[in-house]
Write a protein that binds this ligand. Structure first.
Ligand SMILES: Nc1ncnc2c1ncn2[C@@H]1O[C@H](COP(=O)(O)OP(=O)(O)OP(=O)(O)O)[C@@H](O)[C@H]1O
Ligand SMILES: [Mg+2]
Length: 314
């Protein structure tokens, strides 16, 4: 961590360095204050490419932070050691919050902020004079998003069949399968946005008061749908179906509630499909979450009505 005095304003002395998680350290400064040092393990493989992980993360954070977006202030990078120094944003992540019993108002407030700040990050990347799209990580172009999505109807149908056989001992109605396929098609037609490509609850830090959220992982930019990002940032992947979202939060957000509801259903279906395939975990929570409305969209409402048999069977 010899780079710290050179990169952090005021050349502070270091009091202690503690391992935080893999490849991430918490640095306590002698005169008070904390910073995070993160090593980009695979960064050297991308060095000097347009999508250089360390450089993209530094440039994107610096730009977004100047715009006032909810990201940590980057102090600097050491390309030799592949280290980036960041403002410390808090101890917990949204992954921790999802499994912590909290007041409904706190959860709602955090969810509302995540949806609002996510939209702001995407808007700023789009508005910029800098062409961020030339710095997208390979595999995350708009074309590759469409290619990847082409497999979702098959996976979602397979998941639906598996769930039905397991919970009801029968095949789902053809009309229900058709509704799932229609939903996939409708969501696939929407315009994606440039933004973060690694969106999961552990990539948002929550401050000690549980009031402020900070988005991490700007090293890998890519094209995706805002509502899919929003669902995956706020929903647990452990099969419990726990989510920070509810219909009120979604209705008051700048996002498209119908698309968000649709992505929520598909995400839960695909998660259930994966759990059934590996025969791991309890899917009762997922079946229950599939019955939770996040919008009044007639297509998802109808689909949810069809899925109700699952909740009753569990
Ligand atoms: N600025 C920060 N403030 C507080 N905690 C942080 C900060 N940056 C990282 N962390 C902690 O370290 C974890 C890993 O950080 P991050 O998600 O940025 O990197 P990563 O998962 O190792 O991925 P990658 O190497 O692809 O960027 C986070 O989930 C969070 O717990
Ligand atoms: Mg991460």
């Amino acid at each position: 961590m010899a780079c710290i005095p050179d990169l952090v304003p005021g050349s502070p002395a270091v009091l202690s360095i503690t391992r935080w998680v893999e490849d991430v350290w918490l640095v306590e400064l002698a005169e008070g204050g904390r910073i995070i040092a993160k090593q980009q393990f695979y960064g050297l493989l991308t060095r000097d490419e347009p999508h250089d992980l360390l450089q993209v993360e530094f440039d994107a954070l610096r730009y977004l932070r100047r715009c006032g977006a909810a990201v940590p202030m980057p102090f600097g990078i050491d390309p030799e050691a592949q280290i980036i120094l960041l403002e410390y944003a808090g101890r917990e992540t949204v992954a921790d919050v999802l499994v912590t019993p909290l007041e409904a108002s706190t959860r709602r407030q955090l969810a509302a902020q995540i949806l609002r700040q996510l939209t702001r990050i995407e808007t700023h990347l789009q508005e910029a004079q800098i062409d961020w799209s030339s710095r997208v990580i390979p595999g995350a172009s708009a074309k590759e998003l469409t290619t990847g999505w082409a497999d979702v109807p098959r996976l979602a149908t397979k998941a639906l069949l598996g769930l039905w056989r397991r919970s009801c001992g029968s095949e789902p109605a053809e009309a229900l399968v058709a509704q799932v396929l229609l939903l996939c098609e409708r969501l696939g037609r929407r315009t994606p946005k440039l933004g973060i490509s690694d969106y999961q609850p552990a990539n948002i830090v929550v401050d000690e008061q549980r009031r402020r959220v900070t988005f991490l992982e700007l090293s890998k930019l890519g094209w995706d749908w805002t509502e899919r990002r929003a669902v995956q940032y706020t929903t647990s992947v452990d099969g419990s179906g726990i989510s920070l979202l509810d219909a009120d939060v979604v209705a008051q957000s700048p996002l498209d509630g119908d698309a968000l509801d649709g992505h929520h259903i598909l995400f839960l279906l695909l998660l259930a499909g994966r759990m059934l395939a590996t025969d791991k975990g309890d899917i009762t929570g997922l079946a229950r979450a599939l019955g939770t409305p996040l919008s009044r969209d007639p297509i998802t409402t109808e689909l949810r009505r069809g899925l109700q048999r699952l909740t009753l069977a569990e």
